[in-house]
Write a protein that binds this ligand. Structure first.
Ligand SMILES: [Zn+2]
Length: 89
């Protein structure tokens, strides 16, 4: 079974207009062989996603709503398992 949406931002792949390089990530999150966003700050990533969606013409309330689900994306759940949030310096 392949996943139907990006493991990092949860965008459904059928909404992805770019050229996807990864099975797991959309064309925005994964570019030129690596993840675009490498930090482990979910809040910052949510903001980043929200802003890019608004730039792409998404209603700002809708964009905010979508980003609420980002912490549940497989990518972030994996991160949490590897290191507790407190260890961030
Ligand atoms: Zn993505």
């Amino acid at each position: 079974m392949t996943s139907q949406s990006c493991e990092m931002c949860l965008m459904p792949f059928k909404k992805d207009n770019g050229k996807r390089e990864s099975e797991l990530y959309c064309s925005y999150c994964f570019k030129e062989g690596e993840l675009v966003y490498k930090e482990d700050d979910i809040k910052q990533f949510q903001q980043y996603c929200c802003q890019s969606m608004i730039k792409n013409g998404t209603n700002q309330y809708l964009a905010k709503f979508y980003t609420l689900f980002i912490p549940f994306a497989p990518h972030w759940r994996k991160l949490k398992k590897i290191k507790p949030l407190k260890s961030k310096e």
